[in-house]
Design a protein around this ligand. Structure first.
Ligand code: MN
Length: 262
């Protein structure tokens, strides 16, 4: 049996707890898996993690860019994501709650995907109350306000009218367009300074104050780290998830504590 340090294995009737009891205690956060059929190892790594999640996690939060790109819920099969959806479904059926916030690669994830997988879709910048703390979960791209060109493109992609018109075009056309956008974005990133693509500190402080946060968890920048910051004399923390290029990057929360495993 999997045990977690500091957790008693005996319940109040003196019965040794099974793994399913531990399941009610651990929450995990992941982002930036960039799953792609072109990299089968990315999909295997995720499916293996989902198997473990089904036995060990009460709740899993996916904070965007689960997919390298998503062309609409009707394109999942064409992109080779059937296995990913099955893994999500099995884990949610096991009793693990799965929540999803869209990233800048998978903003077209919709209700049909949620229906098939049992995943619940949350808005970006959702505030959770965990262990008496106010915790904001977000993809993270909207804190990168110094990248003006990116913020403009972001507003365009999130426009519901634009999304509706795109979803009416043939799947093949959407895949072509997604691949084009992806390579343009890669090209642009390679010519851009690191600072511009990171979060803006003043914006982070502003969001902490506005929402009276204790903690923030996000991805997107692929710079896993636990930042400590002073917000009007209060010590707050910002946890940044890493990408899953070669290994898992996960934040676990258990018994009021948060751990970044990168
Ligand atoms: Mn991203």
């Amino acid at each position: 049996m999997q045990t977690l340090s500091g957790v008693s294995c005996i319940n109040d009737r003196g019965v040794y707890q099974t793994a399913s009891h531990f399941k009610h205690m651990t929450i995990a956060f992941i982002s930036d898996l960039h799953l792609s059929a072109a990299r089968p190892s990315s999909i295997s790594r995720f499916c293996d993690f989902m198997e473990v999640s089904a036995t060990q996690l009460s709740t899993l939060y996916i904070l965007g860019d689960l997919f390298d790109y998503w062309v609409g819920d009707d394109g999942a099969e064409a992109l080779g994501f059937t296995r990913v959806e099955q893994a999500l479904k099995q884990t949610s059926d096991s009793g693990t709650e799965i929540y999803f916030i869209a990233g800048n690669r998978d903003f077209l994830v919709g209700d049909a995907f949620a229906e098939r997988t049992g995943v619940k879709i949350l808005k970006d910048k959702t505030v959770l109350e965990l262990y008496g703390q106010r915790v904001m979960i977000a993809h993270g791209d909207q804190f990168c306000i110094d990248d003006i060109e990116y913020m403009k493109a972001r507003a365009h992609f999130l426009n519901p009218q634009w999304q509706q018109s795109v979803l009416k075009t043939p799947i093949e056309d959407r895949i072509q367009e997604a691949m084009k956008l992806r390579s343009e974005s890669e090209q642009r990133k390679s010519g851009q300074s690191e600072e511009i693509m990171d979060v803006n500190q003043q914006e982070i402080i502003r969001v902490f104050k506005e929402n009276n946060l204790d903690l923030m968890i996000h991805g997107h920048t692929h710079r896993p780290y636990v930042h400590q910051l002073d917000v009007d004399g209060k010590t707050c923390r910002r946890y940044v998830l890493g990408e899953w290029k070669t290994e898992r990057s996960v934040i676990y929360a258990n018994q009021g504590k948060f751990y970044l495993k990168k």
